[in-house]
Design a protein around this ligand. Structure first.
Ligand code: ZN
Ligand code: ZN
Ligand code: ZN
Length: 489
């Protein structure tokens, strides 16, 4: 941990700064969790040890709550689960994810002391809990959790004061990191990473954080590399500079980001982008056609309409009515596209959903078209090494490949690969997928340039085998990698 040092960040409290220079893609530090748990809603679909999504999981015979891929995962997770298992049986059921996480943390601390690894820069006692900042409603739920925790916590375990327990709930509440599945596509749980808690927010940060599940394929669990987060540099960072990550998606207006940060993390963002409302005009802008801009009123009308339609789209999507989603999207695009800028965040959301659903329904050309528009809009808004931009480029690349548009497809895959090498690193499963896509699309592009006919007949055959498909069900836009920390709904 000699890459970073704790310091007093003006107006922000404790923060981390570098002790040497870094470049794009450097891992500034990596850190295992003190503890992590699977979300309540996914407890039967995600392995409680490796956090992989599996169709068939084996249930713990004792508590009937924990689920595992197999004996190997069960054995690997036993140290963490042992006390939880007994407590769950005695309590009669598993308590909610916050309670499970706090309990796992406490059992670990009781066993190993307040610093569980020599890389840990801070004790959990020193972390902010913001309990005093909570609104009445939130505080009420918070107290219910503590009450249930006390019922759940076994008499035979070490006893703690209510203040100690309340502090930990507060820490988890504002710093519980969203744990994704092994591919990083879906939020599946929540964990605590103490060093990461020291990294302050900036809407235009110099770092990104990514969870890497490590290599879990060996049968013997001692050969498994550890699940950990990595703090990765997005560009050049000078020695002594503060390290920052973004807690919220940049594709919100500065006012909205400030509101989210205030209500969820209890601070006022004073970053350059918020202070100067940078790019807000693009995010709510009108489309200029041959030097003529639509009136403010027209833009507002189209914006409101788009917003209204997004709610309808989300509802139809939740119902799995994808043809309805397509219909509303198409209608919304026809009405608002002539008025709104290609960086308008609501229009971008409609394009994103439309292309995702069209790909799912296998209308690849439409999907490719709108995925490309989405990426082009993102490029004007996001930091060039933003992970969400990389993921969008990957999706667009796949869509173009599926549509037989190999030149653009290969270009998009390369763009995604370059970004993910920085944000995810070469060992992450998605980067590895992208690497093989890059090789495949490159080969196909060569074939295409030599003989288009051969290329197209080969592609037809390849599509039938679906080696590169990502035809999972379209998910909610807000899900996944965009939420750094897990917040109670
Ligand atoms: Zn597993
Ligand atoms: Zn059990
Ligand atoms: Zn800000």
């Amino acid at each position: 941990m000699d890459n970073v040092a704790i310091f007093d960040s003006p107006g922000k409290g404790r923060g981390l700064k570098t002790t040497k220079e870094f470049w794009a893609g450097d891992v500034i530090f990596s850190e295992p969790s003190v503890a992590a748990v699977v979300f309540d809603s996914l407890s039967e679909r995600i392995c409680h040890s490796c956090f992989r999504r599996q169709d068939k999981l084996q249930r713990c015979g004792q508590c009937k709550f924990a689920h595992y891929c197999d004996r190997t995962c069960q054995r690997a997770g036993w140290a963490e689960h042992k006390q939880e298992c007994g407590a769950t049986k005695a309590f009669g059921k598993a308590p909610n994810e916050n309670i499970r996480l706090v309990a796992r943390i406490l059992w670990r601390l009781d066993k190993e002391g307040s610093v569980v690894s020599n890389m840990q820069l801070t004790t959990l006692e020193e972390l902010e809990d913001h309990v005093a900042d909570m609104e009445e409603e939130e505080l009420k739920e918070f107290k219910v959790d503590i009450h249930n925790f006390l019922d759940y916590w076994p008499r035979s375990s070490k006893q703690h004061t209510v203040d100690e327990i309340s502090h930990l709930f507060g820490v988890v509440n504002c710093n519980g990191f969203t744990v994704s599945d092994q591919r990083g596509l879906q939020a599946v749980g929540v964990g605590l990473f103490p060093n990461l808690c020291l990294v302050n927010h900036d809407c235009w940060p110099n770092c990104t954080v990514i969870l890497n599940h490590g290599n879990r394929s060996a049968v013997n669990t001692i050969f498994h590399s550890q699940q950990r987060i990595e703090l990765r540099s997005l560009g050049k960072i000078a020695e002594g500079e503060e390290l920052t990550v973004s807690y919220v998606d940049y594709l919100n207006l500065s006012e909205e980001r400030k509101r989210l940060l205030k209500t969820q993390y209890f601070f006022d963002c004073t970053c350059e982008h918020c202070k100067n409302h940078i790019k807000d005009d693009l995010k709510m802008g009108g489309r200029e056609v041959e030097g003529v801009k639509p009136s403010e009123e027209q833009v507002k009308e189209a914006t409101d309409y788009c917003y209204e339609m997004l709610e309808k789209i989300e509802k139809a999507r939740l119902n799995g009515d994808y043809h309805e989603v397509v219909k509303i999207c198409k209608d919304c695009i026809d009405k608002t596209e002539p008025v709104l800028a290609d960086t308008h965040i609501y229009l971008l959301r409609v394009w994103s959903t439309y292309s995702e659903v069209q790909a799912y329904l296998q209308y690849f050309e439409e999907a490719a078209d709108y995925a490309r528009k989405m990426v082009e809009g993102y490029i004007k808004l996001y930091h060039p090494n933003n992970a969400a931009l990389g993921m969008a480029a990957m999706r667009a690349g796949v869509n173009h490949w599926q549509a037989g548009l190999i030149e653009i497809g290969h270009g998009m895959v390369c763009k995604a690969y370059a970004i993910l090498m920085v944000t995810h690193g070469p060992t992450h499963p998605i980067t590895k997928d992208l690497e093989s896509m890059r090789i495949q699309t490159e080969m196909e592009l060569r074939m295409f340039k030599e003989n288009e006919y051969v290329y197209h007949s080969m592609r037809e055959a390849a599509l039938k085998n679906k080696p590169m498909t990502m035809l999972h069900e379209p998910k909610s836009v807000e899900e996944g990698i965009k939420n750094l920390f897990h917040r109670r709904k």
